[in-house]
Design a protein around this ligand. Structure first.
Ligand SMILES: *Cc1c(COP(=O)(O)O)cnc(C)c1O
Length: 385
């Protein structure tokens, strides 16, 4: 596998760009739009029995279903068993899997370096009598925590430190130990990595980030191929009500048409930025999974086709990092990542991540690489004094 993605050779029925453009759209019908508009509805006309494809707006919505079909085609091309459920946010999707699949007395293995809101579910799980074990992503260290586990949660590449683990190796070991496997696929997107094809039971993600890529909505999803697992997650969504709005679901679907264009450009820009940062003496700890010298690269290159928009690096201290961020003009100071616009933040400002005070998480947008590099290099120069 390599970053030079394109065409149908990846095993799907069509190339990644083609699938992104057409995913989930209904067959061409005379005088109808290619993507029907959002259906705004709380109750459907429902005569007689309380059954049917559409009953109540918390249970079903045709706009979600088209988006869900599209994401299934991206996460599991050519697999008719794959089903996706859309959620109000990435956290809605993550909580749905963790809280619907695990009971009191069971063991969950979480990454100790995951997205921090995922780790904050530890407290909730423990209050329900679930035992939580934490182990780092790097070096497949979660392997040592699998005995007696019910669910293994992976996040690769991890946010914000960009560590990578071997999904196939961990999934095989987890299954041998009787555990289910879920992978947070937010950073890679389904065009970067396909966890179900690497043995995972669930691919879960925030579509708020690179999947939709415009920084204008929150959405999340869960994809699985086992009917019982999907039914449990669907029931959780209905009971808890963590459903996406039809407008968000429609905007998310509309965004998918440009997914391949965006992630290809972002990956190329990220590599260019990482290379330029390596040449700066005041910058240390440059990480990007697509950088051939990165410690994560050997594993990333076997399971990823595209390496994402995020580059992380460390400036000497907090005030140096703050001077750098304030000097950026093209790049906005913001959290989140994966947007068409470049953004960056000093991650330690939130607390909760094991990162240096000068650690920068930089999300590369789809601007011209030369402009991004010029902005960053100028801001680095200004931050020196
Ligand atoms: C942002 C993020 C989430 C949470 O997604 P929301 O849509 O903000 O709820 C989960 N996992 C990762 C890796 C993230 O970056």
């Amino acid at each position: 596998m390599s970053a030079a993605a394109g065409g149908a050779q990846h095993g799907g029925p069509a190339g990644d760009s083609t699938r992104s453009v057409h995913a989930g759209r209904p067959p061409a019908t005379a005088y109808q739009p290619s993507l029907p508009g959002p259906v705004f509805v709380s109750h459907y006309h429902l005569p007689g029995e309380a059954a049917g494809p559409y009953t109540y707006g918390r249970d079903e919505n045709p706009t979600w279903e088209r988006l869900e079909q599209a994401i299934s085609e991206l996460e599991a091309p050519g697999d008719p068993a794959a089903r996706t459920l859309a959620f109000a946010s990435g956290m809605g999707a993550i909580a749905a899997v963790l809280l619907s699949q695990v009971r009191a007395g069971q063991v969950v293995v979480l990454p100790s370096d995951s997205y921090q809101a995922t780790r904050s579910l530890q407290e909730r799980l423990e209050s329900y009598g679930v035992r939580v074990r934490l182990a780092p992503t790097a070096g497949d260290a979660q392997l040592a925590a699998l005995q007696g586990a019910r669910l293994l949660w992976l996040e690769t590449p991890s946010n914000p430190r960009l560590e990578v683990c071997d999904i196939r190796r961990l999934a095989d070991a987890a299954h041998a130990a009787g555990a289910l496997v879920a992978v947070d696929n937010t950073l890679a997107t389904p065009l970067g990595q396909r966890p179900l094809g690497l043995g995972a039971d669930f691919s879960v993600a925030s579509g708020t980030k690179a999947l939709t890529g415009h920084g204008d909505l929150l959405i999340g999803y869960v994809t699985a191929r086992d009917g019982e697992l999907t039914a449990g997650v669907r029931k959780w969504r209905k009971t808890v009500g963590a459903i996406p709005g039809p407008m968000e679901a429609w905007l998310a679907h509309r965004s998918l048409a440009t997914l391949a264009l965006r992630v290809d450009r972002q990956a190329a820009n990220a590599l260019a930025l990482a290379g330029a940062l390596l040449a700066r003496p005041e910058v240390t700890g440059v990480r990007h999974p697509g950088l051939p010298t990165d410690p994560a690269y050997p594993v990333a290159a076997t399971q990823m086709w595209r390496f994402g928009s995020v580059v992380s690096f460390v400036l000497p201290d907090r005030s140096h990092a703050e001077r750098f961020l304030a000097a950026l003009r093209l790049t906005g100071e913001a959290t989140s990542f994966g947007s068409v616009q470049s953004t960056a933040e000093r991650r330690a400002r939130w607390g909760g991540d094991a990162v240096a005070p000068g650690f920068i998480r930089f999300s590369v947008g789809v601007e011209d690489a030369a402009d991004i590099l010029a902005d960053v290099l100028r801001a680095l120069d200004e931050a020196l004094s």
